[in-house]
Design a protein around this ligand. Structure first.
Ligand code: SF4
Length: 231
């Protein structure tokens, strides 16, 4: 049955977040309705594009690369149109001994899936994205999935940083016994040269606040440029 709407499957080295530098296979699902203003994968938005693959053909393709580590991304792999396929794929990968990470857009916590996989990279959307993440969902993630998640936020401005800081401080006081892993990614947008000043500012803001965050840029954009796909 052809039922997984796929944008692309490729091997690359993770370029951001706490797994930076780790080679893995990316399974990029097609379709997203979240609408972030600074999205760097707008080619994944439409549900009328991409290609339907069977579960077996996706597993075969993954197997060709030899690595036992998969990151399921998008688009929005947690969109209801993709979710059943993502759960089936995750179950099959776990049965075959793969490490599975999901790039979650921050719009849903799906226990059936999150309980099954190894790691959840969960977006908290900053004001510059034009999208709001429910803090109730972030709280559930922190309370239920200790040790297997990172929160990730793209920071384009001081307003973005301050918004993350306020939310992080609130979580820290709510869960004083938990070390909350929250990564700030200084934005590197399509139309700009390497934003050295922004990177330096984000590093500095974080240091001045006694390091509530980890600051990790997107190294694939430094190496291949901000527009290159499948890297
Ligand atoms: S959730 Fe991801 S793919 Fe969807 S609009 Fe936002 S950044 Fe782009």
């Amino acid at each position: 049955m052809e039922n997984l709407l796929i944008n692309s499957i490729y091997r690359a080295t993770e370029g951001e977040g706490v797994h930076i530098g780790t080679p893995q296979i990316f399974v990029r699902f097609q379709g997203c309705r979240v609408g972030c203003l600074n999205c760097d994968s707008m080619d994944t938005w439409s549900f009328d594009e991409g290609e339907f693959w069977s579960l077996d053909s996706v597993l075969e393709e993954i197997k060709k690369f030899g690595l036992k580590r998969v990151s399921i991304t998008g688009g929005d792999p947690l969109h209801p149109k993709n979710l059943d396929g993502v759960i089936s794929l995750s179950k099959a990968l776990k049965q075959r001994g793969y490490y599975v990470n999901i790039e979650a857009s921050g719009t849903r916590v799906v226990d059936e899936l999150f309980d099954l996989i190894d790691y959840i990279s969960f977006d908290y959307k900053t004001p510059s994205t034009g999208v709001k993440t429910s803090m109730a969902l972030v709280e559930r993630l922190v309370a239920q999935y200790q040790g297997k998640y990172q929160i990730k936020s793209v920071v384009e401005s001081h307003e973005d940083f301050l918004d993350c800081l306020e939310k992080k401080r609130a979580l820290d006081s709510q869960y004083p016994e938990i070390q909350i892993i929250w990564v700030l990614t200084p934005a590197y947008n399509f139309a700009e040269n390497f934003p050295e000043k922004r990177f330096q500012e984000v590093l500095n803001w974080n240091e001045l606040e006694n390091a509530p965050f980890r600051v990790i840029g997107q190294q694939h954009k430094w190496i291949f440029g901000p527009k290159k796909k499948r890297v």
